[in-house]
Design a protein around this ligand. Structure first.
Ligand SMILES: N[C@@H](CCC(=O)NCCCC(=O)O)C(=O)O
Length: 244
């Protein structure tokens, strides 16, 4: 039941989190972390956020969720897509790779909506058999995708009419980006629905139900624009009413 006692319950959205060493309060230890912007944008879109730590048990938590957000984060291990590491690829994070791949596969099995953000779009492509460009400047230069550490670039993206991102955002979106990798060979079952002017893939989706979208940009970085997250939460609510 919703907060006023009569509305339908708000969709519960699991968000995958970082496992990082961190210092805060009295703590100086391994921590489960996520920028606050992620839960805030889920709440603003009408969902209830829960964190999914980078542990195998997070896949079991998917059975209690209505939707999943695969958050941004470190580089996906190249072994996950059959490549040798590029010198600029970050240190492997097998715990997070393994947990997110398991979360995603369980979400797809259950048929609940998924939004992959930046690394999350890359995980989506790798999970379904695609590959990644390991260092964008090798291909097109950074062109605003990754200006400097801690700074998000501004990129204009052309979106396919009739796609899920096009329906949510219109034909062109100006987005915030921070990535040095990108989608390369597209996985079977994914279609490109958004590209930057330099040709980099910025958005992909699976056709048909459920709602499965990956974006190379960061919708959670623009608190005033919750349209994409709202599309995810609406799809989750719709899915709950139609699921067997
Ligand atoms: N590592 C990948 C993914 C980009 C991404 O998710 N960026 C946001 C967070 C970055 C971080 O935590 O280091 C890439 O750079 O392409």
């Amino acid at each position: 039941m919703g907060s006023n006692g009569s509305d339908p319950p708000r969709p519960v959205v699991g968000i995958t989190a970082y496992g990082e060493h961190a210092r805060y309060g009295v703590w100086d230890n391994e921590s489960v972390l996520l920028p606050r912007t992620y839960p805030d944008v889920v709440i603003a879109a009408g969902g209830v956020p829960v964190l999914l730590p980078p542990v195998p048990e997070s896949a079991a938590a998917v059975d209690r969720l209505d939707a999943v957000v695969l958050a941004g984060g470190p580089d996906v291990g190249p072994d996950r897509y059959g490549a040798a590491p590029h010198p600029r690829t970050g240190a492997p994070r097998p715990d997070r790779d393994g947990a997110e791949l398991a979360v995603l596969h369980r979400a797809l099995e259950r048929g609940i909506p998924v939004l992959g953000v930046c690394r999350g779009a890359q995980i989506l492509n790798v999970a379904l058999g695609g590959t990644l460009v390991q260092h964008v400047p090798d291909v097109v230069g950074h062109s605003g995708h990754n200006p400097s550490p801690g700074v998000f670039g501004t990129v204009e993206v052309a979106l396919e009419p009739g796609s899920r991102v096009g329906a949510a955002l219109g034909p062109v979106a100006t987005v915030r980006c921070h990535h040095h990798q990108a989608l390369d060979r597209l996985a079977d079952g994914l279609v490109v629905t958004g590209r930057a002017a330099d040709g980099l893939v910025e958005a992909v989706e699976r056709s048909g139900a459920p709602w499965v979208v990956g974006v190379q940009w960061h919708p959670e970085e623009v608190a005033t624009d919750v349209r994409l997250m709202t599309a995810l939460v609406r799809a989750a609510a719709q899915n709950r009413t139609t699921a067997p």
